[in-house]
Design a protein around this ligand. Sequence first.
Ligand code: ARG
Length: 472
Amino acid sequence: MNDTGSHRKTGPGGSSALWGGRFSAEPGEVMERINASIDFDRRLYAHDIGASKAHCEMLVACGIVGEADGEAILSGLDRILAEIESGTFAFSRRREDIHMNVEARLTELIGPAAGRLHTARSRNDQVATDLRLWLRDTIDEADAALRGLQAVLVDRAEEHAASAMPGLTHLQAAQPITLGHHLLAYVEMLGRDRGRLADARRRLNECPLGAAALAGTPYPIDRDRTAAALGFDRPAANALDAVSDRDFVLEFLAAAAIAASHLSRLGEELVLWCSAQFGFVRLGDAFTTGSSIMPQKRNPDAAELVRAKTGRIVGALTTLAIVMKGLPLAYSKDMQEDKEPLFDAVDTLGLAVSAMTGMMRDAAFDTGAMREAAEKGFVTATDLADWLVRERDMPFREAHRVTGALVKCAEEAGCDLADLPLEALKSVEPGLTEEVYDVLDIDRAVAARNSPGGTAPERVLDGVRSARERFL
Ligand code: ARG
């Protein structure tokens, strides 16, 4: 191979069409594009302005800024907030980010007094504060959304406390369970997700303001005051750490990634369950699509997309973990790359939770098909073995061997265990009697598993009560 990349022929302008446009751009333009974050960090505007107001009030209270200037700054900030909310604010890439856009506009509005706002502050502690405030509100929203999904799952579990279905391991029929039991498993997962978010929220609730660039400030500021004004538990203890920490974003993304993988597992189950092969559920029209060529299809697109979107959220966690790894203290511009993955993960998770909540609310379960499937696949084989242990004092291993032989008989006869005649049972194990047919019944098998946390309908109803107490 002598045709290496560096010798590749280019277009008439001397550069390929793909790259040429960018290489010929002015350095200033390229710098603006790589450096400016306003296109995405404008999302922080309300928290940026709120934090600036708290900082300004503190500066006035500590005698660092005069009352009149302080009032001009506060009313200017209010006006900027109104401009942004009404869509009249002119965001500018030249002004780089939300902090400088706001400050520049403040200068236009109130003149040189605007310059006093940045006393005893740096964009480093400013952005760290804004992002914590934004994420704190976002976590509260995410928590409410997950709670909403839990509420739907708990209601459906109550409705289906006694609906039998095959419980699977290795995707193969294992033991009969109830749909309520299955749905409550997801309620627990989502409960842990909410717990992780609550942990992240608790740890993030320290205020970086006053850390300034990295070393603190010579002004006589009151960090307790700004922390309290913004609802933080306390000021962050170390200025260097306060400006270079993005653990709180990583923790949120880790919690979001785990939550997304839970939603993905449920999405996968819905995809399976609504296939013709399972036929356990019919998803609502709102969450399925038809095929343009195959009229019989009802595709579970929303469930598939919930499953797939997990990739983006896990990707966001990976992205930021790689950005942060190896950054020397304190701030580096690398850290500006925290926001897009975070925002995308937040939006994606929100959408996935909404879609899942809607799907689960509308889903029509086919309890007949689930029961029929539960009756196939020798799912009561364990119950037969347990009966031998209980009624004939047989060691479990031996009971397991006997039951295996009976399953083989049934397989050969092409029937279920319950369809084998008593003589056939007795020929394998003389100790078997008519009573054993009771334990081969699906409903009895399910009802028998009434240990705490088990699948018996009464336990599912306990679980519903307990979930309502703990989570709703
Ligand atoms: N836009 C920046 C960011 O998101 C704000 C902090 C800039 N600080 C600095 N020293 N350049 O990270």
